[in-house]
Design a protein around this ligand. Structure first.
Ligand SMILES: Cc1cc2nc3c(=O)[nH]c(=O)nc-3n(C[C@H](O)[C@H](O)[C@H](O)COP(=O)(O)OP(=O)(O)OC[C@H]3O[C@@H](n4cnc5c(N)ncnc54)[C@H](O)[C@@H]3O)c2cc1C
Length: 476
């Protein structure tokens, strides 16, 4: 029998906007990697900000938990509902209009459910560039990117999502609509509320639209791939490139040989242009308003220099768009390839860039000593000091692992302890979700955590917004 909440929501939004059957709901109830699952009364798919407001008002009155969902590509369990089935999933997928693109102002206004690739495309159609880019861009939504303050591959030049948002429209848990869709570069008129909602992972409000920063399209893009012997060399090359190309360096992506081999094994058509050279690989992208020949000449001189200094083993520069796509395909396929390889225990750490070699060495020694048989696989946005440090087990080894959660936690805490001791973090870009509540308790400054709890209490006193995410329950 249909429950009362679902009946009221159906009355409000129409039957086509409320999914109730198990089959219809299935893809909203487990995440992309199928590691987190939940259940819900129903999945609602409002089409307008007013409809989102009506849904939240009703859920607020009845105390029904609301789990906002974008593209459901979160890797830390933030986007699926809880297991008790008391809540509803609020999917933004039907709020996918580009409301405005203003090339003269270098800004655009889009609804939260726009898929990231569509946002990039709409900017390009107006001869502008929206720099946020990540492996999930064909599925993740701009609302999800904002809610998680996503990083991705161009942070080294353009910053995180936070740095690309000029204004927001959001619906508060009591159903009020906040219209903060300003497109100004400067606005010091009081507290900057948008930054409170960015990165709040659906625990404070539902983002319904955003004003985004655009940039001129650069006519020249150069993508290159480097083979290196060790991580010190990768960091040294990164520093050299940053010094020589301060305005042009957009991406600095590192991969261990073990990661590259996994991609080559599982992704059809993948190919390493430098064969078996190097224990570490670096993918570098430069963009510039200079003509291609001038930038290529400058890059070639830099590569020759780095080879003479013994930093680089070998390098290749993509000669055309097809070769460029193939290089990026290697990088963007890592998550899919790792999923096929086995059970990857992924840790999204960051340390100051110059500490990366030290982290890799200490973490590797710890794994060898305490977790023999676990393969080290590393992929990272090295220009930001952000590593996805993965302990890889075969599917069989994982099946045979006794007490999986305890083993996972022991490994995670051992790695996080190393990162934190270096002034790092246990969550660089993926967020907290339901996965890192223990770490919030263990590593966050108690004053910071208390302030976060107070903000949550102020904005969401009934605790209906994405409960059980980001903030651990307060000790009684
Ligand atoms: C192949 C792959 C590669 C990835 N690469 C990167 C990467 O390089 N960098 C990176 O940072 N992340 C990466 N991710 C993780 C993920 O793609 C990002 O976290 C992304 O920003 C999530 O967007 P989404 O629309 O899928 O959000 P979801 O997964 O649907 O939701 C994520 C969180 O945001 C909340 N939320 C979603 N929409 C809204 C909204 N409109 N209002 C309020 N709250 C909302 C949800 O409740 C949840 O807490 C990757 C994931 C995959 C699968």
């Amino acid at each position: 029998m249909e429950d009362q909440v679902t009946a009221r929501l159906t009355e409000m939004l129409g039957a086509g906007a409320v999914l109730t059957s198990g089959t219809d709901q299935a893809r909203y109830l487990s995440d992309w990697r199928d590691r987190h699952r939940g259940t819900a009364r129903c999945v609602v798919m409002p089409k307008t900000t007013q409809e989102v407001a009506s849904v939240l008002r009703l859920c607020g009155e009845l105390g029904v938990p609301v789990f906002p969902q974008g593209g459901n590509t979160s890797v830390c369990g933030g986007s699926v509902p809880s297991e008790d089935g008391r809540g509803i999933v609020l999917s933004l997928e039907r709020m996918n209009r580009v409301r405005d693109v203003n090339a003269r102002n270098n800004s655009m206004i889009v609804e939260a459910g726009c898929v990231l690739a569509a946002v990039q495309e709409a900017a390009r159609a107006a001869e502008r560039y929206f720099p946020l880019s990540l492996g999930a861009e064909g599925s993740c939504q701009i609302g999800g990117n904002i809610a998680t303050n996503a990083g991705g591959t161009s942070v080294v030049r353009y910053g995180n999502t936070r740095d690309l948002v000029l204004g927001l429209e959001a619906v508060l848990p009591d159903g009020r609509i906040w219209n903060g869709l300003r497109t100004l570069r400067k606005d010091n008129s009081g507290y900057d509320l948008k930054n409170l909602f960015i990165g709040s992972e659906g625990t404070l409000a539902v983002v319904t639209a955003a004003a985004l920063k655009l940039f001129p399209l650069a006519p020249t893009t150069l993508t290159s791939f480097f083979a290196l012997n060790d991580v010190e060399q990768a960091v040294a090359l990164g520093e050299k490139l940053q010094k020589q190309f301060p305005g042009e360096l957009v991406a600095l992506e590192m991969m261990s040989r073990s990661e590259l081999e996994i991609v080559l094994r599982h992704i059809p058509g993948s190919h390493c242009p430098l064969g078996e050279k190097g224990q570490w690989q670096l993918l570098v992208e430069l963009t510039s308003s200079a003509p291609p020949a001038a930038l290529t000449e400058q890059l070639n001189a830099c590569v020759e220099d780095a080879m003479t200094e013994g930093i680089v083993l070998d390098a290749v520069v993509a000669a055309n768009e097809k070769q460029r796509e193939k290089l990026w395909h290697l990088r963007h396929s890592v998550t899919e390839a790792n999923k096929r390889e086995g059970m990857g225990l992924t840790h999204d750490i960051a340390v100051p860039v110059y500490r990366i070699p030290d982290f890799i060495e200490r973490a590797g020694a710890m794994l060898q000593r305490d977790f023999p048989g676990v393969e080290v696989v590393v992929v990272g946005h090295i220009g930001d000091g952000n590593l996805h440090y993965i302990g890889m087990l075969t599917h069989e080894a994982w099946r045979n692992t006794a007490d999986k959660p305890a083993c996972q936690l022991r490994l995670a805490h051992a790695l996080y302890d190393i990162a934190i001791a270096m002034g790092g973090t246990f969550s660089a870009e993926h967020g907290i979700g339901s996965l890192h509540l223990d770490e919030m308790r263990r590593y966050k400054d108690p004053v910071e955590l208390d302030l976060m709890q107070q903000v949550k209490q102020l904005l969401d006193p009934r605790g209906i917004m994405n409960p059980g995410r980001v903030l651990p329950p307060r000790a009684q």
